[in-house]
Design a protein around this ligand. Structure first.
Ligand code: 26Q
Length: 837
């Protein structure tokens, strides 16, 4: 239904006269009861926990909305510069407990619920994860908007409201089965639909040129198939500062006009089918976290996000400043979360020229001074490229603009390197070949004033490798912003006992200044403190054991070393190296080599992209090896290998406090940053890792003596690659030979012959890009050092405390402060806690 506006003469309802909502138990209880009994129509006969969760969430949400309006007004009043974080993924996880922590409502609400006979933990647990992301990049976006709100920065998150988030993973016969995640099936109390801010998005059609009334050449994009993008807003509260920012997610729907057109032609069924076509655009999140597959639906998603978000921002601008764009770049910027929304570069040009009548130079000046691009991968195969033909068909006007950007850009390159034809070919936004492709990363670099990587090594490698030509042309554009995680979710909320101990010891300033954790350093030498630390970590392990038991009945021994690797399954992350080590330990047990043994429980979790054959085989291998080891009475408590199904944000909230050892074992130079590594460290786990991504900075912060380092460095990986001889290495290493022998003889697949041949073959190939075999010996030796330390629990606990104490750098508050100081340059806005008149 089209929305109707108030008649000019009708007075609009004045909402500022609303009384402020109480933050005490009595008011909260009253609201809870009203929502439960009236709005949701439930009573004591209702058995489902969900409605109690919903009633409490509605009560909490009211209090968020109050502060949301204040924040909105404060930003408006100051007419401050704003930033938009454009991301195809926001992996938010659950909202309720985070909202309570940030508003300081946790204790009051827990007591209120308890007095009504309800357990807060159960209510919080009944919330579905908002799984609108694949992994690191999506969760980073969620941590970023938490920190932006906490720092009082006017930043809006723009993304897509997928009907189906990341698939839910079932393990059947050791194999991954994907189940669609209909996360909205019980509704979503946290979002507000704002149909009044809908935007029209064009697809298809063709372009026409004409001369406008001022004699200027104008391009019109006509005969398009239009789709509506409708925004759904979610409040994003800062930590106890009354700031509530916005996460705006677009849902695609059919336009009313489109329906009507088809209907007039008498084809009702066609009209309904067309509606489906439009709504399909935001139906599902693509579950690939690396390789690109060129699906047209994905390009539609990307364009819908870019176009709707930019039209939204331009609409707000024009509403306030008319068609004067002089200050637009001084007041707005767009951070592109990888290349996924980078079509925004061309779309902003289109809107400024075709809709608002700016000429090329004016539009380019604005665009290239507002866009900033973050890269998240060094794997060349993961760089996005779109076929020019597909682009022309779906977005003809955008393709023209990209060609024009390229022409201007190549002229600049020629001027800089006269006659260097190879460089022109290398740097062109268009890749030539049997089919032409648009190189999205290059479009993002050319169109942005800032290009950053996500950890020191990664940024260095971008400059020296992947983007070298661009770095030579524009060194000043390139910078590093090492990732972080929000300490509210990844310590305060997921590990409340440890958080309490920390606060008792050093005060609560660490919650928004994580560098203060370093005050814990002297307590590493305090025996009573260590005892309490140990006890709390043991409790967290028990909770993890309980979680595991609930899911599939397996009981684990809390005294064992909990050795955890959770992340997407990918060859470069080397879950296989982990499995080789487990098989080696099993082999040692079987041959009786168990003097000074350390009991160990290896937990591996993660999803494989549904089309990634090798990743799926890795899951199967983990489960098969686990089945043999876990059922062997001779092995007993000495060793367990467990696959954690359906790894997701809410699972990590239980896993990371209960882990002793964090596995960060990617081939050096391949993991851009990693952020799980930071969550583990913050919760007192020790890291075994290669010199890759943010591991390097973690080790720098905590000191070499508190980090288990192994493996080739990035330099060594690249310089030995061409002489890599896994067969030779295996021949020299008795342990490794035995491990491969077990694998090759089908010890873990006795009734499934040959199923692991591809995995074994890839590791033994001299062309194995991940060089798993090369790092085996060094990994085993590092694991022995782990065991020695673990047997000395006092030493282990000391190192655990020091890891937590050294994790201050890895707060997204630090990361976002750097983004703001060096890229966005926004002024923080204070939102006063005063009643509006
Ligand atoms: C691309 C094309 C088509 C469909 C999907 C995709 C796609 C989707 C998601 C490609 C990549 C991703 C996600 C990448 C990602 O999560 N990268 C990780 O980002 C983290 C945050 O910076 C880093 O810590 C990790 O090192 C990096 O792997």
């Amino acid at each position: 239904m089209p929305h109707r506006n108030f008649k000019k003469s009708t007075p609009r309802p004045t909402i500022c006269s609303l009384p402020e909502l109480g933050m005490d138990e009595e008011q909260l209880t009253a609201d809870f009861k009203r929502y439960y009994g009236h709005r949701l129509g439930r009573d004591e006969n209702c058995k489902s926990l969900h409605y109690a969760y919903e009633a409490l969430s509605l009560a909490v949400s009211d209090r968020l909305i109050e502060r949301w309006k204040k924040t909105y007004n404060a930003y408006k009043e100051q007419d401050c510069k704003r930033a938009c974080y454009l991301s195809m993924e926001f992996l938010m996880g659950r909202t309720l407990s985070n909202a309570m922590i940030n508003m300081g409502l946790t204790d009051v609400a827990t007591k209120a619920m308890h007095d009504l006979g309800l357990e807060m933990e159960e209510l919080v647990d009944s919330e579905y994860d908002a799984g609108l992301g694949n992994g690191g990049l999506g969760r980073l976006a969620a941590c970023f908007i938490d920190s932006c709100a906490t720092l009082g920065l006017p930043v809006t998150g723009y993304g897509l409201r997928y009907e189906y988030g990341m698939f839910s993973q079932l393990i059947i016969n050791g194999e991954q089965i994907e189940k669609p995640d209909h996360w909205l099936r019980n509704g979503n109390v946290w979002e507000i639909e704002r149909f009044e801010y809908k935007q029209v998005i064009k697809f298809g059609g063709r372009t026409e040129t004409h001369i406008d009334e001022r004699g200027k050449k104008r391009v019109c994009w006509v005969d398009t198939h239009d789709v509506l993008a409708v925004p759904y807003d979610t409040p994003v509260p800062g930590f106890r500062n009354n700031t509530v920012n916005t996460l705006r997610l677009w849902k695609a729907t059919a336009t009313e006009e489109f329906d009507l057109q088809e209907f007039n032609e008498g084809d009702y069924a066609e009209a309904v089918a067309a509606k489906n076509g439009a709504e399909n655009i935001t139906m599902v999140l693509y579950p690939n976290d690396a390789s690109e597959n060129g699906k047209v639906l994905r390009l539609k998603q990307q364009y819908l996000l870019a176009s709707a978000s930019l039209q939204d921002v331009l609409g707000i601008w024009v509403g306030r400043h008319g068609h004067d764009f002089t200050d637009f770049a001084a007041k707005n910027c767009f951070q592109l979360n990888d290349t996924h929304p980078s079509i925004a570069v061309a779309e902003l040009m289109r809107l400024l020229m075709d809709i608002y009548g700016l000429d090329w130079d004016e539009a380019w000046k604005i665009t290239s001074n507002t866009m900033a691009y973050t890269n998240h991968t060094l794997l060349p195969e993961a760089l996005e490229r779109w076929s020019v033909n597909l682009f022309k068909q779906l977005l003809p006007r955008l393709m023209e603009i990209i060609f024009d950007i390229n022409a201007h850009f190549l002229a600049e390159v020629s001027a800089h390197w006269p006659g260097d034809k190879d460089r022109l070919t290398r740097m062109s936004l268009i890749e030539e070949g049997h089919e032409q492709h648009v190189r999205m990363a290059y479009l993002a670099i050319v169109g942005s004033y800032s290009v950053n990587g996500v950890a020191a090594l990664h940024s260095k490698l971008l400059q020296q490798g992947l983007f070298r030509d661009f770095y030579e042309l524009w060194p000043q554009k390139f910078n590093n912003k090492t990732n972080g995680v929000t300490p509210r979710r990844w310590l305060a909320s997921c590990n409340p006992e440890l958080a309490k101990l920390i606060t008792e010891t050093i005060g609560d300033g660490w919650l928004n200044d994580l560098s203060l954790l370093k005050k814990l350093v002297p307590y590493a030498e305090n025996k009573t403190f260590r005892k309490r630390w140990q006890k709390i970590r043991l409790n967290a392990k028990q909770r993890l054991i309980e979680f595991k038991k609930q899911e599939n009945g397996i009981n684990l021994n809390a005294n064992a070393l909990f050795d955890v690797q959770v992340k997407r399954i990918h060859e470069y992350k080397r879950q296989l190296l982990n499995v080789l080590h487990v098989i080696h330990l099993y082999d040692r047990i079987k041959r009786g080599d168990t003097a000074h043994w350390t009991d160990r429980c290896v937990l591996i979790g993660g999803k494989a992209a549904p089309g990634y054959y090798m990743a799926k085989k890795i899951i199967k291998l983990i489960n098969n090896v686990g089945a043999v080891i876990n059922n062997d009475p001779e092995v007993g408590d000495k060793l367990k290998l467990i696959f954690l199904p359906n790894y997701r944000v809410s699972a990590m909230e239980i896993i990371c406090p209960g882990a002793d050892l964090s596995e960060q074992i990617s081939t050096a130079g391949k993991e851009a940053s990693g952020t799980g590594n930071m969550k583990f460290m913050m919760n007192g786990a020790l890291t075994i890792g290669t010199l890759d991504g943010a591991n390097i900075e973690i080790r720098e912060e905590v000191g070499d003596e508190n980090f288990f380092l192994f493996g080739l460095t990035e330099d060594q990986v690249e310089s030995t690659r061409h002489t890599y001889d896994p067969a030779g290495i295996i021949e020299q290493d008795e342990d490794l030979k035995r491990v491969l022998h077990l694998l090759e003889w089908g010890h873990f697949n006795q009734f499934e012959p040959g199923i692991f041949d591809a995995l074994i073959g890839s590791m033994k190939s001299p062309h194995d890009p991940w060089m798993t075999i090369a790092d085996f010996r060094s990994f085993v030796e590092a694991q022995k050092r782990v065991e020695t330390v673990y047997r000395d629990q006092e030493l282990w606990t000391r190192m655990s405390i020091l890891n937590c104490a050294a994790s201050g750098k890895f707060s997204t508050d630090r990361t976002i402060t750097e983004y703001n100081d060096e890229i966005w340059k926004l002024t923080p806005v204070k939102v006063e806690n005063i009643a509006c008149e």
